[in-house]
Structure formats: structure tokens, C-alpha cells
Design a protein around this ligand. Structure first.
Ligand SMILES: Nc1ncnc2c1ncn2[C@@H]1O[C@H](COP(=O)(O)OP(=O)(O)OP(=O)(O)O)[C@@H](O)[C@H]1O
Length: 256
């Protein structure tokens, strides 16, 4: 199935369009390419995200969902790119009717050879010697800040896992900057519930993949999140709801 989908993408783009599959997730196939869709003088590193037809969905419903998620992702990328201090990929082009979206490529290869998302970064430091070092604390703090700034602007991510946070290291200062990716389920929301759920999803993701140091990691994340808020009333409401979402989650897992 996957090779059929790759052939489909290759046909769509043209036989000599250079692409390399880098991920096949639940939703989409993601390719990297060094070719800009229209302007060869802008050739850099891009990713092409393709949401294929889902056999298990009614075809009309599938088209509607694919278009909605692709347009939604484009809208978020454009909007968030205009906001100070929010780091997201740049939208390059899109064909929502066919499920295609081009973005700038974010990230690099870590010292252990893996892709620089937060999950791999934490895995790389998953030992007593490294887990508590300043670099890890600073990364988690700045990730928390980044989520806080997103929420202050009333945007919620909708799928905030540690794979959807990508790190880039500045060559001279060695500082890591977090970028958020994968905005297919994101959108504008003023609801504390949506913000609390974002925080809960990330907390669970850290707990399930880095259980040994999760308590400290989540503490640093939350510290950065809190520091980003100047409106203390709003922060209190979000944190209260976060606690309620946690309790609901615990109850659910106790009942099975
Ligand atoms: N702009 C980007 N720059 C670099 N890598 C990216 C970018 N967008 C996506 N990727 C890579 O492709 C993977 C899958 O992308 P994305 O999460 O957007 O699709 P998805 O199908 O929703 O994935 P999943 O179902 O696994 O959540 C990411 O985890 C990341 O490794």
C-alpha cells in the first residue's frame, strides 16, 4: 500500500521531482525534498505532507476531512508565523483538494543520529548523568514557554506530543529553539478546556515515554508555561482546568 501511495505522490509531482519518504504516520506520509514547488532559485529543504484517501471512511466524508485538516493546518501556519515568538514551519504551498501541503523543513540530526524532536532529545539524555543537566532544563522550560505563548494567543495544538515539538540548535550559542509542528487538529480557541487538554496530552506523552524523569521534566515544562503568562487570572483558570482534566484522566484509567 505504501509503495502505491509513494507512486501516486511521485506521479502527482512529476516523475523527476526529487522526494524521499521520511515518515508514514497515522494521518499522513511526509517526504523531504530540496526542490521548491514553483521557484528553482528558492531551492532549500522542504517537506511535503500528503494526507492519502482513507479506505475506512466514506469517500465524500474523507474528502471533507482531508480538505478541512489541510486548510486548517495552512491557516494555523500562516497565522502563527505572523506572531512574535511563536516558532512554526513556514507554509510554502498547498493543494487542499488533493491533500498536499509544502512547508519549510525544521530540525536537524542529534549527536546520537536521531531526528531532533523533543522525544529523541529526551531519550538521548535518558540517564542520571544527563537528565538533570541545565541544557535539558532549559529546553523543557522554553518548550513550556512556547506552549504558553500559543495559548495566550488563543491557539491550541490539539495533538501535543513530544514528537510534534522539534528542536533546532543555534550554531554559535548552542541554544535550542523549539518549533511546533503538525497543526492538522489545531485551531483558535479561547476555551480553558482545550488548553488544559493540550497540557494533559503533553504530560501524558512525557510520562509514557520518559517515565524515569517525567516528574522533573513536567515540572520544568509547567514552569516555562507559567512564566509566559502575564495575565495571572487566565493562567489560574487554565491550571485549574488542567488539574480537572488530569483527574478525569485518572478516573477513566481506574475504571478501565
Ligand atoms: N515541517 C517539518 N519539518 C521537519 N520534519 C517534519 C515537518 N513536518 C513533519 N515532519 C516529520 O514528519 C513526521 C510526521 O509529521 P506529522 O506529525 O505532521 O504527520 P502525522 O501523520 O500527523 O504524523 P503522526 O500521525 O505520527 O502524528 C513528524 O513527526 C516529523 O518527524
Amino acid at each position: 500500500m505504501s509503495s502505491q501511495l509513494i507512486d501516486h505522490v511521485q506521479q502527482y509531482l512529476g516523475e523527476d521531482f526529487p522526494i524521499k519518504l521520511i515518515s508514514q504516520g497515522a494521518e499522513a506520509l511526509v517526504f523531504e525534498t530540496s526542490k521548491h514547488p514553483f521557484n528553482p532559485s528558492l531551492n532549500k529543504e522542504y517537506i511535503i505532507k500528503y494526507r492519502p484517501f482513507k479506505e475506512y471512511r466514506h469517500s465524500q466524508i474523507d474528502k471533507t476531512i482531508t480538505k478541512k485538516r489541510t486548510v486548517g493546518e495552512c491557516r494555523c501556519l500562516v497565522k502563527l508565523n505572523t506572531m512574535d515568538e511563536i516558532n512554526v514551519p513556514q507554509l510554502i504551498a498547498a493543494d487542499p483538494y488533493n491533500g498536499f501541503i509544502w512547508q519549510s523543513k525544521i530540525g536537524q540530526t542529534l549527536a546520537n543520529g536521531t531526528f531532533s524532536n523533543l522525544k529523541n532529545f529526551l531519550w538521548m539524555n535518558n540517564n542520571d548523568e544527563n537528565a538533570y543537566k541545565k541544557e535539558v532544563e532549559e529546553v523543557l522550560y522554553s518548550v513550556g514557554r512556547q506552549i504558553g505563548i500559543l495559548h495566550i494567543n488563543h491557539y491550541v495544538h490539539g495533538d501535543l506530543t513530544s514528537s510534534n515539538i522539534v528542536l533546532e540548535q543555534d550554531k554559535s550559542s548552542n541554544e535550542w529553539t523549539p518549533f511546533l509542528i503538525d497543526f492538522g487538529l489545531s485551531g483558535y480557541s479561547t476555551l480553558v478546556e482545550d488548553k488544559g487538554v493540550d497540557l494533559y496530552v503533553l504530560e501524558r506523552a512525557i510520562l509514557s515515554t520518559h517515565s524515569l524523569y517525567a516528574e522533573k521534566y513536567n515540572e520544568w515544562l509547567l514552569e516555562g508555561y507559567k512564566q509566559s503568562y502575564s495575565n495571572q487570572d487566565e493562567l489560574k483558570q487554565v491550571l485549574k482546568r488542567f488539574e480537572e482534566v488530569r483527574l478525569r484522566g485518572r478516573k477513566r484509567s481506574m475504571l478501565g
